[in-house]
Design a protein around this ligand. Structure first.
Ligand code: NAP
Length: 277
């Protein structure tokens, strides 16, 4: 029997990463899951998943991850699923530049660094899959999420460019664009707004209070939310299809958003979007 294919999945302490690491392990992949906090290693290891600590904002942890995985696999890295990220809410005018920088350190520069580091291993074997967990907000921006929108738009720009540049190398890049998925994302966004945005002194104070009520669960429930298994389903296609798609939209709101953006005049589209939470 041939050796199982190997994949690095980041951000596996919760949500999409935690689900996909376990699901791909069951699908027969050799999964290298990463977590940011050492205390999150044990739960994944208990399920038989090789787990390493990596924080995208710490260069030395990215270097150590790639060195360790390549050493354990003899240089075989078949796939990378960049997934670990967070959302920094806040109106654009209220975003301190350092807070925007932090958002990019994790969601963009860390992903870029890890992607660059795995490509030589894939080139050496003439094949590979790089899958970026972007977001519908990488294509359709929502209000009060400027930092996150910008980070995911950056991932879209880098991802599609890389896909074209790798044409003919046997390495494919795909972007997954989920709409709302049930994970710890909202709770983590709530913590980020509390840590970094001066809500009381903002011109947007009233709107923040409404949004905070939604984030802490006391607002209306989004009936279109899906579970992380919806992401796993398209991830499998991106990993297994002979020619994986550049974009995978997940959830009805994500598909509707892209369709409306194509069909409507821009001003009308953004006026409609203004009403969306
Ligand atoms: N949930 C949604 O509605 C939704 C929609 C569209 C796209 N997405 C995307 O889906 C991906 C996974 O998010 P999720 O929904 O599963 O949220 P989640 O449950 O909050 O998981 C996020 C993961 O990213 C990790 N992470 C945060 N900062 C990191 C850093 N500096 N370095 C490495 N890992 C870091 C977190 O680790 P800690 O536990 O240590 O913080 C956690 O493991 C993200 O890329 C997100 O943008 C989510």
């Amino acid at each position: 029997m041939s050796d199982p294919r190997t994949i690095i999945i980041t951000g596996c302490s919760s949500g999409i990463g935690a689900y996909c690491a376990r699901a791909l392990n069951k699908d027969g992949w050799r999964v290298f899951a990463t977590v940011r906090k050492p205390e999150d290693v044990a739960a994944l290891e208990a399920d038989g998943i090789e787990t390493l600590v990596m924080d995208y904002t710490k260069q030395e942890t990215i270097d150590a991850l790639v060195a360790e995985v390549s050493q354990r696999t003899g240089g075989r890295i078949d796939a990378l699923f960049n997934n670990g990220a967070y959302g920094q809410p806040g109106a654009v005018e209220d975003l301190p530049t350092d807070v925007l920088r932090l958002q990019f350190e994790t969601n963009v520069f860390g992903w870029h660094e890890l992607t660059r580091q795995v490509i030589p291993f894939m080139r050496a074997r003439g094949k590979g899959r790089i899958v970026q967990c972007s977001s519908i907000l990488g294509l359709v921006p929502y209000r009060y999420r400027g930092a996150y929108n910008a980070s995911k738009h950056a991932i879209e720009g880098l991802g599609v460019t890389l896909r074209m540049e790798l044409d003919g190398s046997g390495i494919f890049v795909s972007l997954i664009e989920p709409g709302p998925i049930t994970t710890r994302f909202t709770a983590n966004a709530l913590a980020a707004i509390e840590a970094h945005i001066d809500v009381e002194n903002s011109a947007h104070a009233r709107e923040y209070k409404r949004q905070l009520a939604r984030l802490d669960g006391s607002g209306p429930i989004n009936k279109h939310k899906l579970g992380p298994e919806a992401v796993h389903e398209v991830l499998l296609h991106a990993l297994n299809a002979p020619r994986p798609r550049p974009h995978y939209l997940v959830t009805k709101p994500a598909k509707q958003g892209v369709l409306l953006k194509r069909l409507l005049p821009a001003d009308l589209f953004y006026r409609l979007l203004r009403k969306t939470d």
